[in-house]
Ligand binder design. Structure first.
Ligand SMILES: [Zn+2]
Length: 77
């Protein structure tokens, strides 16, 4: 698959009804909630890569190994 955030080659670890789990070399491990995925598809959102990675980094610094991206975060333009 392609990373939802940066569009580089990434691995989808798990695809579930509630979330997709993604490992990207550049962005690191993260998950995207099902509602965020649906919203992305419906509205053709594109992630703001810098904002998304900053957010992921902050979450990991706070101890969350695989931060969950959900639709209220506003990580896309
Ligand atoms: Zn990525």
């Amino acid at each position: 698959m392609k990373c939802y955030i940066c569009n580089e080659q990434a691995e989808k670890v798990e695809s579930g009804r509630d979330a997709d789990l993604v490992d990207c070399d550049a962005c690191g491990p993260y998950s995207v909630s099902g509602s965020a995925l649906a919203e992305m598809r419906a509205n053709v959102f594109v992630f703001n890569i810098r904002r998304a990675r900053d957010w992921l980094q902050a979450e990991r610094a706070a101890g969350e190994q695989r931060p969950m991206i959900h639709s209220q975060l506003g990580l896309w333009d």
